[in-house]
Structures are given as structure tokens and as C-alpha cells.
Design a protein around this ligand. Structure first.
Ligand SMILES: Nc1ncnc2c1ncn2[C@@H]1O[C@H](COP(=O)(O)OP(=O)(O)OP(=O)(O)O)[C@@H](O)[C@H]1O
Length: 194
């Protein structure tokens, strides 16, 4: 289980949250919602190890999370273009992460033709599917999915979440951050407001 315990955090002397605890069990989608600026992304980034809390700890199965070459917690951005090297083709972006298997790639509807392109040559939905594929490396146990389908049409959104729900059935835990409470109520076992 991925847990944030008694987390406090703020930027430049301000406080966004104090003594906040949140758990994401395996095989579960936990929803996180709340008004803009409340600190949802900051909390997600703390759980992913990208930000350090001012106090509190992040643990996995009761042990402090380790930051290794491949992290078992992956953070997915709403705008994945910023997470990609613009000078690399998609095939290199993916192969640097893991030798993606054909079944997973097919399930995310990423055809061969797309692999030869650069990030700016993909649509928003295609980019997000590539970001999800990159994150689904073996050993990744938790995803922090930060508004990952906010900019997508309903069909693309539903397809992407269907693939992720299949992964959840196989053991993945997901923190789904979204303003869209209706979406979270559809996909998440529990929804937490910040
Ligand atoms: N690097 C930073 N330095 C200073 N303030 C920041 C920084 N990053 C975020 N903030 C501020 O911290 C607050 C929380 O930001 P955060 O992105 O965590 O909120 P959020 O709940 O995810 O918001 P939204 O729903 O609009 O995406 C915001 O007021 C934001 O302006």
C-alpha cells in the first residue's frame, strides 16, 4: 500500500495542508478532488517523490519509498508533452523506459506509425496514451494520474480508463486526481476531497 502519513506542505511559507494522511491500496483507484489551487497536484507529486513534504512521510508497505532507477510510483501529468524530450521520437521515449510489450501497446491503440513521430506530431489523446504506456513498466505498482483525461473527448477518456481499470484488476493502485467528480465516482472505489 502507498501511504502518505501526516503530510504537511506549502510553498514559500504558506500552508496548503497539515497532517494529511492518504492511502492508496493495490488493486484500487482512489479519487482525489477539490477546488483549484487546493494542493491536489502538490500532494500527488509528494506521493510520487517529486516534492518533499515539510513534515510527514511517504511509505510503501510500511517502508520509506526508495527512489531507484525505476520507481514503483509514477506520476502522470495532464499535459504529457512537458514530460517528453521534444527531440526524441516516440519509440525512443518508450524504449528508454522499458521494452513495451505489443499487447499493452495494442490495448492503448498506439500503432507502429506513431512510433516514428516526435511528441509535437501527436494529438493530446495519443500523447496521453503514450505517457500511460511508458508508465506501465514492470515494477510500477502505483500511478498518480493527475487530470490525465481532462482534455480528452468522452470516448477516448472511457477507453483510457478501461485499460487502466484492467491494470488495477491485475494489482495496480491509482490515485486519480480530477475536478470531475462524476468521473471519479464512476472509476474510483473511494473519493477523497482536499
Ligand atoms: N512551485 C511553486 N511555487 C509556488 N507556488 C506554487 C508552486 N506550485 C504550485 N504553487 C501554488 O500552490 C497552490 C497549489 O497548487 P497545486 O497545483 O498543488 O493545486 P491543485 O489543487 O492541483 O490545483 P488545480 O486544480 O488548479 O490543478 C496553487 O496556489 C499554486 O499556485
Amino acid at each position: 500500500m502507498l501511504e502518505g502519513r501526516d503530510l504537511s506542505f506549502g510553498y514559500a511559507g504558506t500552508s496548503l495542508f497539515e497532517q494529511l494522511s492518504l492511502a492508496v491500496p493495490p488493486r484500487t483507484i482512489v479519487g482525489l478532488t477539490g477546488r483549484s489551487g487546493r494542493g491536489k497536484s502538490s500532494l500527488g507529486r509528494i506521493l510520487a517523490g517529486h516534492l518533499r513534504p515539510s513534515s510527514g512521510t511517504v511509505v510503501i508497505d510500511g517502508q520509506p519509498r526508495k527512489c531507484g532507477a525505476l520507481d514503483s510510483v509514477q506520476y502522470l501529468h495532464q499535459t504529457p508533452i512537458f514530460a517528453f524530450n521534444p527531440r526524441w521520437r516516440i519509440e525512443r521515449i518508450l524504449s528508454e523506459a522499458w521494452p513495451c510489450d505489443a499487447d499493452t501497446r495494442r490495448s492503448l491503440e498506439i500503432p507502429d506509425a506513431l512510433l516514428r513521430r516526435y511528441p509535437h506530431e501527436l494529438s493530446g489523446g495519443e500523447l496521453q496514451r503514450v505517457a500511460v504506456l511508458r508508465a506501465l513498466a514492470p515494477g510500477v505498482r502505483y500511478l498518480i494520474a493527475d487530470e490525465i483525461t481532462a482534455a480528452l473527448d468522452p470516448i477516448t477518456q472511457a477507453r483510457l480508463w478501461r485499460v487502466l481499470q484492467e491494470r488495477v484488476a491485475d494489482g495496480l493502485g491509482i490515485l486519480a486526481i480530477s475536478h470531475d467528480r462524476a468521473l471519479l465516482q464512476r472509476i474510483a472505489g473511494t473519493v477523497r476531497a482536499l
